[in-house]
Design a protein around this ligand. Sequence first.
Ligand code: FUB
Length: 325
Amino acid sequence: MRISKKIIVLAITVGSLASVKATPRDTTFHADGNPIIRHKYTADPAAMVYKDKVYLYTGHDEAAPGHNGYTMHDWTCFTSTDMVNWTEHPSPMNVKEFKWAKDDAWASQVIERNGKFYWYVAVEHGTIHGKAIGVAVSDSPLGPFKDARGSALVTNDMTKAVKHSWDDIDPTVMIDKDGQAYLFWGNGICYYAKLKSNMTELDGEIKTITLPHYTEAPWIHERNGWYYLSYAYEFPEKIAYAMSRSINGPWEYKGIINEIAGNSNTNHQAIIEFKGKWYFIYHNGALVPDAGSFHRSVCIDYLYYNKDGSIKRVIVTSEGVKPAK
Ligand code: FUB
């Protein structure tokens, strides 16, 4: 049998194409109300505004249907210039990036300093029992992000205020006006510490903040000289907040701003200002019936302030927000 040269060339080409891994691409979509992301489950939103663009980083719920527990291995990244039209970028980081971690790509936050991007994440430590906080760094907000230390920044044996092993989760980070960076985190108690200017080492002691019915998910932001520390309150979680004139406190408890997130026990907010409006970004379990606490979805609604700087209760909507101009 004679096989033509053309067929041989075609067979070699198809064979080599099959062995090349498909490169993940950016994809764009228009958010049609809340939840804003409907093609996968997303949780624990953290948003950063950088150069007129919103970078939304989320956890990724991948639990099997009906599984009552978190299955989370990587984080996602979406960007938008108007809060409605979004681009999804290939996942900038998997928990495997942290060689010392076992699993559990839990809540996180990215911040920029001097042109570098630092990503603080909660994961399960591989050898020190309990959750831990790691930090990754990149030259681009889209990654690739690399473990910045080769070890955890915070481990369970460094924090003794509560007895359970998952107190070192949910990092939130802020650089104050004087250039001093702070990390807040915690489940069951709110911890905070200064960060060195390299952003990868704690600077001094770990302190605690007493807040009524504090569960987890602290988020720190500043507006007009007021510092706001919002957090998940009770369980199932509402979102409450405290205010202070200094990032070091004292914090005055101000009340609840968001009610329980439908059928999700957790609520996990991020708060940002973008193009003159304030946004409350959170998750619920409302994508499909029975989505619940382990198949969560990110939503966005507006956040408004009173004249005295206090925050108005968030009105959670199905319609979501309008395009920002
Ligand atoms: O996603 C895992 C955990 O659930 C987060 O760390 C908490 O804030 C809660 O949302």
